[in-house]
Design a protein around this ligand. Structure first.
Ligand code: ADP
Length: 476
């Protein structure tokens, strides 16, 4: 386990978060508590200081009775201030210049720092540290009375408050340590339970090879994000396995299809070798056979290359293609062959045809239409071939249709004619030239453009092929 692992990162994130939260809470708590305790101390010394000041000014009930000695003098007598002092409260009387003249006994030899309030600002609060009294909040008041003035200083020890704060700090520290332990253990446990499946997933991925695609995770019972990931992984393997199987099938079919013309070429070459000099008829037949078969071979290889291109998907150029123009070009390229067979090849314009445009490769789309028309010509003896282009209601899809009055396609073959190398028995038996790749190419071209192709038998005989493609929207 390295420090850069997710597990560490998750754990350290939670630890940092916790420490941050605790520090903020502790700081807020300490500040609040301190101000609360200070308020309490301040209230206490204000009360005591106020009492003494009242007495000194002579407006208290005590002096009103007519006490003989001036109260200020009385207060400076030893132990007189103890009446106001307490275990945490200290009292001192100073001259207006700040020299101590009397103290409560509990102050011992210590005295407050000289703080001299003025007439304008007669009450001053200060915090100070006076050993051995410790830290104190001191209220000094300048009290004037007929004939003189003195300073009444009352100090409240903050030690007890500081002790409380210290105890709270220790408690917080203990909480931090325990919380840290819990968070470290908890986040490691959570991270482990979350990341272990990922480990297993990467191990499973490492085992996948093109010849070992049958491995599946099968975590269908997991309902969380990792279950979704595992399901996506299994589905990807399904597709890969299917794709590899299709490729293997293609290679085997292609080799088989290429073998037939090659065998014929080879046999005829041997015939030529043996008989060419002696029998001109054999020679001519053999040369003709070699020419035809090598042309078929070239056709097949071209078809395979085209199929590979149509299936490459992402690499094809994407430009705006007007379908009417493509159809016109395909009809132009095939009209000669239709005429040779005495077939009428016509484009049936529809009102929406001019709007029919898709995003894609013009060359491939032309090939798609040409293949459909070529087939229609090949499998139609007499009659006509009609090509239409229209936009479906909703303007989402455009449809190119090629209909003929030919042999039609039997029900069983309808589902298979788009397979690679598939040719109906009828076309094989009648030795109609072909590779069985034409419609596979049509389907691949439709697919890379996000479209579909369907074939149907026409009620009056003949076939109709419909290619439906997503329209180019104005936003694309
Ligand atoms: P190919 O034309 O080279 O044989 P395709 O893939 O183009 O291969 O067509 C597959 C088969 O589908 C053809 O062999 C033929 O049997 C049938 N087919 C295709 N188009 C038509 C059509 N317009 N009418 C009748 N049958 C057709």
């Amino acid at each position: 386990m390295t420090f850069r692992s997710l597990r560490w990162r998750i754990a350290s994130f939670y630890i940092a978060l916790l420490i941050g939260v605790i520090i903020v809470v502790a700081a807020v708590l300490a500040v609040q508590l301190r101000s609360l305790l200070l308020d309490e101390a301040r209230a206490k010394i204000t009360r005591v200081g106020g009492d003494i000041a009242q007495l000194v000014r002579g407006d208290s009930a005590l002096s009103a009775i007519g006490d003989t000695a001036p109260i200020a003098q009385e207060l400076t007598a030893t132990g007189a201030l103890d009446h106001w002092a307490g275990p945490t409260t200290f009292v001192e009387i100073d001259t207006p210049q700040g020299y101590p003249i009397a103290k409560s006994t509990n102050m011992g030899g210590a005295s407050f720092a000289p703080t001299i309030p003025t007439q304008r600002d007669p009450v001053v609060y200060s915090t100070e540290n006076r050993p051995p009294l410790g830290s104190l909040l001191v209220r000094s008041e300048l009290v004037t009375y007929p004939g003189s003035a003195l300073i009444v200083a009352v100090g409240e020890s903050l030690e007890v408050y500081d002790d409380t704060l210290l105890r709270i700090r220790d408690l917080l520290l203990a909480v931090i340590v325990v919380a840290l332990l819990v968070v470290v253990a908890g986040s490691f446990a959570i991270a482990k339970s979350a990341l272990d499946p990922i480990k297993r997933l990467s191990a499973a991925m490492g085992e996948i090879r093109s010849d070992r695609l049958s491995r599946r995770l099968g975590w269908s019972r997991r309902r969380d994000e990792l279950g979704t990931l595992a399901a996506a992984f299994d589905a990807m393997l399904d597709r890969l396995e299917e794709g590899f199987a299709r490729e293997r099938q293609f290679i085997s079919d292609a080799s088989h299809e290429l073998k037939t013309p090659l065998t014929v070429i080879n046999a005829n070459a041997q015939m030529l070798e043996r008989w060419a000099a002696r029998d001109p008829a054999v020679r001519d037949d053999s040369i003709a056979a070699i020419r035809d078969e090598s042309a078929a071979l070239a056709n097949m290889v071209n078809g395979m290359l085209l199929l590979a291109k149509a299936e490459s998907g992402e690499d094809i150029p994407r430009e705006r293609v007007a379908l009417e123009g493509i159809v016109a070009e395909a009809i132009g390229a095939t009209r000669g062959r239709a005429n040779d067979k005495g077939l009428e090849l016509a484009y049936q314009p529809s009102p929406s045809a001019t709007r029919a445009a898709v995003l894609g490769d013009a060359g491939l789309l032309r090939q798609l239409v040409t293949n459909l028309i070529d087939n229609a010509i090949k499998f139609t003896k007499r009659g006509r071939i009609d090509v239409t282009v229209e936009v479906e209601s909703g303007e989402a899809r455009a449809v190119i249709a090629v209909a003929d009055t030919g042999s039609g396609i039997d029900e069983q073959s309808l589902g298979r004619i788009f397979d690679r190398f598939y040719r109906t028995d009828a076309s094989r038996n009648r030795a109609i030239p072909g590779t069985g790749l034409g419609l596979a190419i049509v389907r691949s071209i439709a697919r890379v453009h996000g479209g579909t192709v369907t074939a149907a038998r026409r009620p009056g005989g003949g076939s109709e092929f419909r290619v439906s493609l997503p329209m180019l929207t104005t936003f694309q």
